[in-house]
Design a binder for this molecule. Structure first.
Ligand code: DON
Length: 342
């Protein structure tokens, strides 16, 4: 085409395009893996739905009553699209999957530095309720183990126990994009048997590493763990992290985008407790597990993969959920260190 043949309409179109700014101003490009999402979710569900390995947590008595065969798998994208299979709307207790989200609240209210100095960010390499790790360090060490999570609750800035709880609950709800409430029977069952966690809270207080009254911290922490969520809720919470702290449903900035990488780093190094190394080696995604059977993994900037199934392995991680999420991560090649052809 010669310059003489360029019409004024073409010139105007070119000027209009330039003034629109960069391409991303039109919104996120479609994720290249999207076409496979439903296929890999269905495949993982089918592959593991009959796996009976592991058993329900029983140190919180009521968790033995959750039907062991429940199983749900879901992908939630950063723009809120949901791809699911199985029991993704059954409400179970969030348990330790709550921990990174309250750590995020401490980061938001104060700073990542406060979390690092007043709790610590080293993985303990020990079980989630380890008294040995606590004794060795005289410190809670990491916000994703029980000690550090109780300390995180005690760091939430509040004027009373009720205010502290309200802030914790509101924060979890904002990550989920809708109201989350406590499963009261789970709370009763856990609080009336929380002798180990009470010991942990008291020791931390004795060492100056708990920042509220210990029994108050224990109560709020136990309520936090008793919050009811579905696999779909966990997916939304993870998708909020994938989306730079903005909830895909409400569009609210729930935590500062600049702190999401620090939070994901803690999830990557300690989200599976003493199995965190094996998890990162095989799945390559920051994630968090809970003894209720839930797990959420985050593909930064893209989507979350969540699953729920009550039977746990020795480390307290859901057997079907971890296998399903690991397979999906491998099949989509989304491990954060590079494509894992699995
Ligand atoms: O404090 C506890 O023991 C429980 N509320 C939470 C533990 C948990 O979920 C460990 N995760 N796999």
């Amino acid at each position: 085409m010669t310059s003489r043949k360029i019409s004024s309409a073409t010139v105007m179109a070119a000027v209009a395009m330039l003034s629109m700014g960069p391409a991303f101003a039109k919104g996120p490009a479609p994720d290249p893996a999207v076409k496979d999402f439903q296929r890999v979710v269905d495949a993982a569900y089918a592959r593991y739905k009959d796996l009976k390995e592991g058993k329900n947590a029983d140190y919180i008595p009521i968790l033995t009553e959750t039907p062991s065969d429940l199983f749900g798998v879901v992908i939630v994208t950063k723009d809120g699209k949901v791809y699911s299979a199985g029991d993704v709307d059954y409400k179970f207790s969030i348990q330790s999957v709550s921990k990174p989200f309250t750590a995020a609240l401490v980061m938001s209210q104060q700073s990542p530095e406060v979390l690092r100095e007043k709790i610590g960010v080293e993985p303990t390499g020990m079980v989630f309720n380890s008294k040995l790790a606590l004794a060795i360090y005289e410190n809670s060490v990491n916000p994703l183990v029980n000690a550090g999570a109780i300390a995180a609750v005690s760091l939430v800035q509040a004027t009373s126990e009720q205010d502290r709880w309200n802030k914790v609950q509101q924060n979890l709800s904002e990550f989920a994009g809708g109201p989350l409430t406590v499963l009261e029977k789970v709370y009763e069952s856990e609080y009336t048997t929380a002798f180990g966690n009470r010991g942990i809270a008291n020791l931390l207080y004795n060492w100056g590493r708990l920042y509220s009254d210990p029994e108050e911290a224990l109560r709020v922490y136990t309520r936090q763990c008793s919050v009811g969520v579905s696999a779909r809720d966990l997916g939304m919470m993870g998708a909020t992290l994938a989306n730079g702290g903005v909830n895909p449903l409400t569009r609210k900035q729930v935590m500062p985008a600049k702190h999401v990488p620090e939070l994901l780093a803690v999830m990557a190094t300690a989200g599976f407790y003493d199995e965190s190394g094996d998890w990162m080696y095989t799945a390559g995604l920051p994630a968090k597990t809970g003894v209720g059977g839930g797990i959420v993994a985050v593909v930064p900037g893209r989507f979350a993969i969540a699953a729920f199934s009550p039977r746990l392995n020795e480390a307290g991680n859901s057997v079907r959920s971890l296998n399903a999420i690991r397979d999906i991560a491998g099949e989509l090649g989304v491990g954060v260190f590079g494509a894992n052809p699995n």
